[in-house]
Design a protein. Structure first.
Length: 101
C-alpha cells in the first residue's frame, strides 16, 4: 500500500511542476513578448528620425529636430528659434514626419 501512495505522490508533484511551468510560459507570452515588440518598434522609430521631424518628448513637449548624433538630439521648441535643448534620444516617444499629413 505504501508503494501505491508514494508513486501517486510523485505523480502529483510532477503534475504540479508541469502546471507551474505552463503558467510561467503563459505569463511570459502575455507580459514579456509585447514589451519586446514595443521596444523594437521604438528602436526602429528612433533609427528612422531625420532632421526636420516633429517629435514628442517624454515630458510632453513638441519640438522640431535640429541635429542628431549617435545618442543625443537637439530639439527646437516653439516659434522662438533661441529655444534649442539637447537631450537623449531615449527621451523621444513619438516622431512625426513633416510630409505625413
Amino acid at each position: 500500500m505504501k508503494g501505491i501512495l508514494a508513486s501517486s505522490g510523485a505523480m502529483g508533484l510532477g503534475s504540479i511542476i508541469l502546471m507551474y511551468a505552463v503558467i510561467l510560459g503563459v505569463m511570459w507570452f502575455l507580459l514579456m513578448r509585447p514589451q519586446k515588440k514595443e521596444k523594437k518598434r521604438l528602436a526602429a522609430m528612433l533609427a528612422d528620425m531625420e532632421v526636420g521631424d516633429t517629435v514628442l518628448t517624454t515630458s510632453g513637449f513638441y519640438g522640431t529636430l535640429i541635429d542628431i548624433t549617435e545618442n543625443d538630439v537637439i530639439v527646437e521648441f516653439g516659434n522662438n528659434k533661441n529655444c534649442r535643448i539637447p537631450m537623449q534620444k531615449a527621451a523621444i516617444i513619438q516622431v512625426e514626419k513633416p510630409d505625413a499629413e
